[in-house]
Write a protein that binds this ligand. Structure first.
Ligand SMILES: Nc1ncnc2c1ncn2[C@@H]1O[C@H](COP(=O)(O)OP(=O)(O)OP(=O)(O)O)[C@@H](O)[C@H]1O
Ligand SMILES: [Mg+2]
Length: 205
């Protein structure tokens, strides 16, 4: 690979060559090194977070989506598995640190209605040197979330949970998501904050 060397004198007369690839040097000189971004989605189950994440990825607004459901699926074969949630979150956080340190814009697709959960992600971003943090508040009424959840398939053979969330987990969820305000998120370093009302799209569809 084409590169360049910098000759650096060292004690004892030896010369050390520090090799850097031309592409890295060029990118650095033009100020084009990729800058990572932490993008969080905050919303109840069924509010439309994963659908939004896919749209943002397609539109080139993000490079990677990390979701607790896909880590749970990797671990146990069941995306809704609650028994391995802690391990799924652990793996997500490790991967988040690596991706952000590599300059990627990463969407974290999880409910994230608790401030502690978001703070954990902000800490990882800061440790990776990433100061761009943005948030999407994904809102939908309880009625919409229940209707969407009912259309999801139940557990497949060998799965305990599957993609459908038990309805009683949903009853408080939209309210908890609604209680998170853009000002809360801005105070937690997320700027800008976007509000996406997916009920409205349902009605206009
Ligand atoms: N803006 C929208 N308008 C209409 N339907 C939508 C919209 N967003 C999502 N949906 C539909 O709602 C259902 C749930 O969406 P999605 O899986 O994205 O929710 P989620 O927030 O990721 O849920 P979970 O937290 O359980 O993973 C899907 O069937 C999707 O097609
Ligand atoms: Mg989802």
């Amino acid at each position: 690979m084409p590169g360049t060397g910098q000759l650096q004198p060292r004690a004892g007369g030896a010369v050390v060559t520090r090799w850097m690839s031309r592409s890295r040097l060029g990118a650095g000189c033009r100020g084009e090194l990729p800058v990572g971004e932490l993008i969080v989605l905050v919303g109840a189950p069924g509010s439309g977070k994963s659908s939004l994440a896919a749209r943002l990825l397609t539109a080139g607004r993000a490079d990677v989506v990390l979701s607790t459901d896909s880590f749970a699926e990797q671990i146990s074969g069941d995306p809704g598995d609650q028994d391995c949630r802690a391990e799924a979150i652990d793996r997500l956080q490790q991967k988040l640190g690596v991706e952000l340190a590599g300059g990627r814009r990463v969407i974290v697709d999880a409910t994230l209605t608790r401030p502690e959960a978001r703070l954990g992600l902000v800490r990882i971003a800061c440790r990776a040197g990433v100061t761009r943090h943005s948030a999407y508040l994904v809102r939908a009424s309880l009625q919409t979330c229940l209707a969407r959840n009912a259309q999801r398939p139940g557990p497949l053979p060998g799965q305990k949970f599957g993609k459908r969330v038990p309805d009683d987990w949903l009853t408080q969820a939209p309210e908890r998501a609604e209680a998170v305000t853009p000002i809360d998120l801005a105070r937690e370093t997320f700027r800008p904050v976007y509000i996406v009302d997916t009920d409205r799209r349902d009605r206009s569809a």
